[in-house]
Design a protein around this ligand. Structure first.
Ligand code: PLP
Length: 424
């Protein structure tokens, strides 16, 4: 993305002096800008405004169920039909549940700790040590769940095709304490990586020392394309079944970044045995999901094509923001040798990689100038990026002009910190 350039000493003095001047000017502007979380902007949420007036007096599902009443633990069949195709899970093996997929991931961990998973010899809580593979950089809330439950995290480097599969295969084969791996297979958070067919095939086929190993397949960005060429990933659930590892995969997804964040519908897909297991656990926990919300989603989205059309409207708002980020990073940092960055074809994030040892300081200087970024290190287990090099940029929420200002300011901080390090 950038070419390495090593300025000689006088040139470096000039570059550093200019960066200092630019930073002082930036700090003097009293900005208050926020690039922290991957939240939809209000205009994106407005696209689903009609949801708020649905179901508009209707209260029966297609099969005549009164959605206002208890029951229907699996969720409305017509909504499961819509998302079966998008999440690559047969509708009969897909549950439509609450408002958050993260909550489902949490629950699956709790149920595996406190109950016995299909294929498990005992509860995870009864085992001396439990570990999960964590492709890095990754999603901080996945790591937060592991921390919460005392699950060891083993970082595995990401490649352009997904996690380093040689590493993954080695670790799962040799250690029965390794019970799971976090995967965001399409437009990963934060790198935007799309898992290759080979990665999916190897995940499905690899021998694991733990008989109850699970892939937490968090397909949060299944329909969240930013180009005319929507990424396709191979069907992991089918590949696992074909490889004789039918119970290996938990598929998660939600409409949080399709309709309303935190007020959408979350999905769980898996093998028949795992579905039975989760339903049995859910039966103790709930008398049924919010079917009124599910019905309004059916009426609003209509079918899988309806979801795709809606996501095109989302893209019209998001794509220009990602283009703004790419344009400013290139014009301000291109050729400096101070940074590389991703050009995702979907999802919600851009990863900016700065020289080793600089990420925390860039984030600190940006905050001091009124630009709040996700804490450096958040993309790694325990918030610890050993290289201190990765910064996650979330372009979705700010208004376009604020975004441009924030990214420009960020590049000033990268130049300042990068040249300071070179001069030291
Ligand atoms: N998974 C990933 C990879 C995410 O990036 C996010 C939100 O940023 C979530 C899950 C949260 O999803 P939900 O709103 O369905 O809990």
């Amino acid at each position: 993305m950038t070419t390495e350039l090593s300025p000689d000493a006088p040139a470096l003095d000039g570059l550093l002096e200019q960066a200092r001047k630019d930073y002082d000017a930036l700090a003097g502007r009293g900005l208050s800008l926020d690039l922290t979380r991957g939240k939809p902007a209000p205009e994106q949420l407005d696209l689903a405004e009609d949801l708020l007036s649905l179901p508009g007096g209707r209260h029966t599902a297609a099969d005549g169920t009164d959605v206002r009443n208890y029951g229907g633990l699996q969720g409305l069949p017509e909504l499961r039909e819509i998302f079966a195709e998008l999440l690559q899970v047969p509708a009969g093996q897909l549950l439509a549940l609450g408002n958050s997929s993260l909550e489902l991931m949490h629950d699956c961990l709790v149920h595996a700790l406190l109950g016995v998973l299909p294929g498990a010899e005992s509860r995870w809580a009864d085992q001396e040590r439990i570990a999960f593979l964590c492709p890095v950089p990754g999603y901080d809330r996945h790591f937060g769940l592991c921390e919460r439950f005392g699950i060891d995290m083993i970082p595995v480097p990401m490649t352009a095709e997904g996690p380093d599969m040689d590493e993954v295969e080695r670790l799962v084969a040799e250690d029965p304490a390794v019970k799971g791996i976090w995967c965001v297979p399409k437009y990963s958070n934060p790198d935007g990586v799309v898992y290759s067919d080979e990665t999916v095939a190897r995940l499905a086929a690899m021998p694991t020392a733990a008989p109850d190993f699970r892939i937490f397949w968090d397909n949060a960005y299944a329909a969240h394309h930013l180009t005319d060429e929507p990424a396709e990933i191979a069907d992991l659930l089918a590949a696992c079944a074909a490889a004789g590892h039918e119970d290996r995969t938990f598929v998660f997804g939600s409409t949080s970044k399709i309709t309303a964040a935190g007020a959408g519908v979350a999905f769980f897909g898996s093998s028949p045995a795992n579905i039975k297991w989760l339903l049995a656990n859910n039966q103790k926990r709930s008398i049924g999901p919010d079917k009124v919300n599910q019905l309004r989603h059916v009426m609003f989205l209509k079918d899988a094509d309806g979801v795709r059309a809606h996501m095109e409207r989302q893209r019209a708002l998001l794509q220009p923001k990602f283009e703004t980020v790419a344009r400013i990073l290139e014009s301000e940092l291109g050729g400096t040798g101070l940074a590389t960055w991703t050009s995702p074809k979907g999802g919600y994030f851009v990863t900016l990689t700065v020289p080793d040892g600089c990420a925390k300081e860039v984030v600190r200087r940006a905050a001091a100038a009124g630009i709040v970024l996700t804490p450096a290190g958040a993309t790694h287990p325990h918030g610890d990026d050993p290289r201190d090099a990765v910064i996650r940029v979330a372009p979705s929420y700010p208004r376009p002009e604020e975004l441009a200002e924030a990214i420009k300011g960020l590049t000033t901080c990268v130049r300042l910190v990068g040249y300071e390090q070179r001069a030291a």
